[in-house]
Ligand binder design. Sequence first.
Ligand code: CA2
Length: 151
Amino acid sequence: MTSVYVLNGPNLNLLGTRRPEVYGNTTLADVEDLCRQEAGNLGLELEFLQSNHEGQLIDWVHEAGARVATGECLGAVFNPGAYTHTSIALHDAIEGAALPVVEVHISNVHAREEFRHRSYVSPVARGVVVGFGVYGYVLALQGLHHALTVS
Ligand code: CA2
């Protein structure tokens, strides 16, 4: 069965515990359940991962890219958290691994502080979903599946 990665960056393990006015009450475990259900609907196996460490995220991008190259994996839905706005290394990893990525953000980053308006990931992403809360992960999975399986 083809797999899909859902990668989550720093502090997303805190979802549902603080800042509900920005990120809602849903926990990351709830997001995983949501993604597992949608991946099942799409006939995909899910790898759901979270790390607070940039290097770990880069390693997973490389791993997913290698699996895309062998046809085992479709691509990744990626919420890089605050690394979105800082990480040239993640930009280079996605590009270097030729990993199809749909970037997702729970909040509408464009309606927030100016430092959140810049994304180093968007230029190497297949698509971007922002501002739909955790339902954005479902939309991103659907978008990735549609972009890569429907001609
Ligand atoms: O809106 C998003 O999904 C973000 O990627 C979330 C990041 C933020 O840095 C990005 O600008 C937008 C933050 C991750 C979650 O941080 C939390 C902090 C405290 C409590 C709960 C979550």
